[in-house]
Design a protein around this ligand. Structure first.
Ligand code: IMP
Ligand code: MG
Length: 178
């Protein structure tokens, strides 16, 4: 385990199981259809890469980098887009791939933004969910693992851009908050 962590929350093996589980749900639900994955940068990159390899339906991929105008500006619905889609999503089945949903503000605003582009469907898929911290009412269609209110890193998730490379998900040590 990395020295800055106080524990491992999800091992590589556990993450693989979660990914397989979600993939089989998506394969069933979209059987015979094509989906476009919208990968929310940067944290969802490893999850999206592993997930798409387990999908048996035809898939297209696009990327966005966004942040919400956070600070409890509760569901202002406004979104700050740092990197936008490069393809037209009209009439497409969209699955947004997120690393973690915390307040839900980012996804709430992002979903509204995407719906404006008139896709056929928009589903939200997240590896991790911290429902105890929810501020915005966002429907999450595929959840890998519900986790307690701890700050987690690894497998794409960062603290100040660090720890994304860890192959597992761990909880940062207490010292980081001081
Ligand atoms: P929210 O749902 O709008 O609050 O924001 C979710 C975003 O906050 C995620 O995409 C992450 O970038 C970040 N985030 C929230 N909780 C954590 C965590 O425990 N570790 C790392 N990033 C987190
Ligand atoms: Mg993020």
């Amino acid at each position: 385990m990395h020295k800055d962590l106080k524990g491992v929350l999800l091992s590589e093996e556990k993450i693989s199981q979660i990914v397989l589980n979600i993939a089989s749900k998506i394969n069933d639900e979209f059987s015979g259809q094509e989906v476009m994955l919208i990968v929310v940068l940067k944290g969802s990159m490893p999850f999206a890469a592993d997930l798409m390899k387990k999908l048996t339906i035809p898939v297209m991929v696009d990327f966005m980098q966004v942040s919400s105008y956070g600070n409890g500006s509760k569901s202002s619905g406004e979104i700050n887009i740092k990197y936008d889609l490069s393809t037209d999503i009209k009439d497409k089945n969209i699955i947004v791939i997120e690393d973690i949903i915390d307040s839900g503000n980012t996804l709430f605003a992002l979903k509204k933004y995407l719906l404006n582009k008139e896709p056929k469907t928009v589903k939200i898929c997240t590896l991790l969910d911290k429902p105890s911290r929810r501020e915005s009412d966002v429907v999450v269609d595929y959840v890998g693992e519900v986790i307690p209110d701890e700050f987690v890193v690894g497998y794409g998730l960062d603290y100040a851009e660090h720890y994304r490379e860890l192959p597992y998900i761990g909880v940062l040590g207490e010292w980081i908050y001081t």
